[in-house]
Design a protein around this ligand. Sequence first.
Ligand code: NAD
Length: 472
Amino acid sequence: MDLARTDLYLDGRWVATSDGATLPVHNPATEEVVATVPAGTPADVDRAVAAARAAFDGWAATAPAERAAHLDRLHAALTARADEIGRTIALELGAPLKLATRVQAGLPLTVLRSYVDLAAGPPAEETVGNSLVVREPVGVVGAITPWNYPLQQVMAKLAPALAAGCTVVLKPSELTPLVSYLLFDAIDEAGFPPGVVNLVTGTGPVVGEAIAAHPDVDLVSFTGSTATGRRISHLAADRIARVALELGGKSANVVLDDADLVAAVKVGVGNAFLNSGQTCTAWTRMLVHRSRYDEALTLAAKAAQAYRLGDPFDPDTRMGPLVSATQRERVLGHVARGLADGGRLVAGGPDAPVPDRGWFVAPTVIADVDPDSALAQEEVFGPVLAVIPVDDDDHAVTVANNSRYGLAGAVWSADEERAVRVARRMRTGAVDVNGAPFNPLAPFGGYKQSGFGRELGRYGLDEFLQTKAIQR
Ligand code: NAD
């Protein structure tokens, strides 16, 4: 299979980059280069933004039902490629094929379907006194996305932006660009008008910054690290452009004394280690009532040791490698620091066996983590769970909120009302009670340094609309 892609998608066509330079794409399970993609340039960004700007008026004026029909065709074109999408994400990210197919490929289709429905609905207008309040698309959107859920994070921007009537320039992560090529094959097949959706691959400092600083980009919608989000905010602030930031997290899984401990620990460990721990909402701090602490550690260690690491394409593999050598070194550095700061290793760690080849880290559980230490404060983005004892509900809330992040979290209790009371006090954008399922229509986004703006469902659509009052 020849995976190399040579072109960008600009103004409805596949076209060559301005200088022909390329970037390698690796298979993290073998460390081999499996493809190359174009390294876009600021000149390419100029062409993409010009195409999106030229297409905007027409697309914004399109009837909602017609936009919904385009999204519906895209859904069909992507569904036809679902298996290939799963395999591609397994290859370039290292996610086990089952996860890559069910979650990494499946969830974006669910999200896209929700926006087919939302796009077709009547535009939300209301009358306030003598004013007609109307919602209009914000304009040209620059979408910059990370590698950990490479299609889902693109879809969470692209689908609502297109449904709202915006046009888009996408820059996916340079670590996992291949799935975006499948997406744009599907976009091409769905027959969007030229310029409505554009793809420029390349690095963050070159292509990402050119998008964030571009005078004709009205909204920069970014998912990634807090450091990059800060940089993008600065670039957008110069021209008062809007930004939506979905950033990092250090979410707490609060296990109260009356919780179903077996479920709380099993689901909690599974959540922390999903996608090799490379999930922004991962519950990476487990806060357990002292009366259940030792029992919880035993269960957590057992759960971590049961993971089978290996080839993402082997059906028995439950955890793949990390995405890159850099990420692996970063994660191992966090583990070393956590142990040096007084954490107690109960599973995994730097010396635990991992496959010889590939950027693997063993699923690791560290107990007695000081809530102020680096391991409890920094986002690790690897399979590392910090366990912290707490005295009561108030203490649990204090420790949970002792973070500069505020993306997600969980509470477990036999008493649902008690759990909801604790959930209300947690300063985060989402909390799951007793392992409740993910809701693709619920607003998704952060408090504090986890960012602002919301994705998914009608809240996600709102990000791409602005409000006008017409007095009569
Ligand atoms: P990153 O910030 O390094 O990169 C994200 C994207 O930004 C990539 O496309 C990259 O090329 C681009 N970029 C890098 N530097 C840039 C710059 N100077 N200007 C413009 N663009 C630039 O993040 P990552 O390592 O790809 O992803 C991991 C991070 O993403 C984690 O911190 C994780 O928590 C976060 N994340 C957040 C969410 C969320 O929804 N809140 C979801 C997934 C990941």
